[in-house]
Design a protein around this ligand. Structure first.
Ligand code: B12
Length: 208
């Protein structure tokens, strides 16, 4: 049987083909993280079509629905064999004005599977909610997800408020348009490109 190209299937919004492709790769023991990488490339392609005016908001929503429908299959696969011991805590959320959560949820799943307690505060998170969560859960790291350049200032304000509450906690940012320059702009301590980079960073931050 010919292998289904998940990048094309997702960017062409063919839900049945995406589900079939994911299931058949899982059956062939392709690691969930590798499948996730293909799906992410598909989402990037959707973003490009949207930028070029070929797709509209309805297609963005459809792509997110398809992604979410297979995310559970992958999550179940990743959770198998996950460690239960907790190495440290991260408060994680998407910053104010931004409701994108697919990437954040992947970060939460992967960190959870690697033995970290994830306090997920959701999307479009008011500054005070981050601050309250830091007070309550005393995490080593606060992770902020941001996919909109228009939300950078909200992220900057959130970093300042969290640092004012707890100057020791480290702030990690991530999400499509973020990079080290954005981290610098927002006075965040770290930027990670992928969810797996976040695991390495947590390892470093949570060593006794
Ligand atoms: C799906 C999607 C949506 C969905 C979101 C559904 C959901 N539940 O998340 C919907 C349809 C709701 C949506 C809405 C909008 N969107 Co949108 N969306 C996208 C799209 C196509 C994919 C995003 C995605 O999920 N990617 C897949 C995930 C897995 O990737 P990721 O988030 O980058 O995450 C990875 C890493 O970055 C990292 N990571 C992510 N978060 C974090 C956090 C931490 C702490 C760390 C360490 C790492 C990390 O780990 C992940 C895995 O490795 C992007 C295009 C793109 N190229 O990104 C546009 C995009 C982000 N959207 C865009 C826009 C403009 C909008 C809207 C304003 C559209 C509108 N006119 O209304 C609204 C904004 C709504 C709002 N207030 O937030 C623009 C942003 C442009 C900009 N300059 O800011 C983009 C780039 C599209 C484009 N090319 O124009 N969108």
């Amino acid at each position: 049987m010919e292998k289904i190209n998940l990048v094309d299937a997702l960017s062409e919004l063919d839900e049945d083909l995406v589900v079939k492709g994911v299931k058949s790769q899982l059956a062939e023991n392709v690691p969930a993280i590798e499948i996730l990488g293909q799906l992410q490339k598909g989402m990037e392609k959707v973003g490009k079509f949207y930028e070029e005016g070929e797709y509209y908001l309805s297609e963005l929503i459809m792509s997110a629905d398809i992604f979410s429908s297979v995310a559970d299959l992958l999550k179940a696969n990743m959770a198998q064999g996950a460690e239960l011991e907790t190495h440290g805590t991260i408060v994680l959320g998407t910053v104010k004005d931004d409701i994108h959560d697919i990437g954040k949820n992947i970060v939460a799943t992967i960190l959870g599977c690697n033995g970290y307690k994830v306090v997920d505060v959701g999307v479009d998170v008011p500054i005070e909610k981050f601050v309250e969560a830091v007070k309550e859960h005393k995490p080593q790291v606060v992770g902020m997800c941001c996919l909109l350049t228009t939300a950078f200032d909200a992220m900057k304000d959130t970093v300042a408020a969290v640092k004012a509450e707890n100057s020791a906690v480290k702030i990690l940012i991530g999400g499509g348009p973020c990079d080290n320059n954005v981290a610098k702009y927002c006075s965040a301590d770290y930027y990670c490109k992928t969810a797996y980079d976040a695991v390495t960073l947590m390892e470093g931050q949570c060593k006794a």
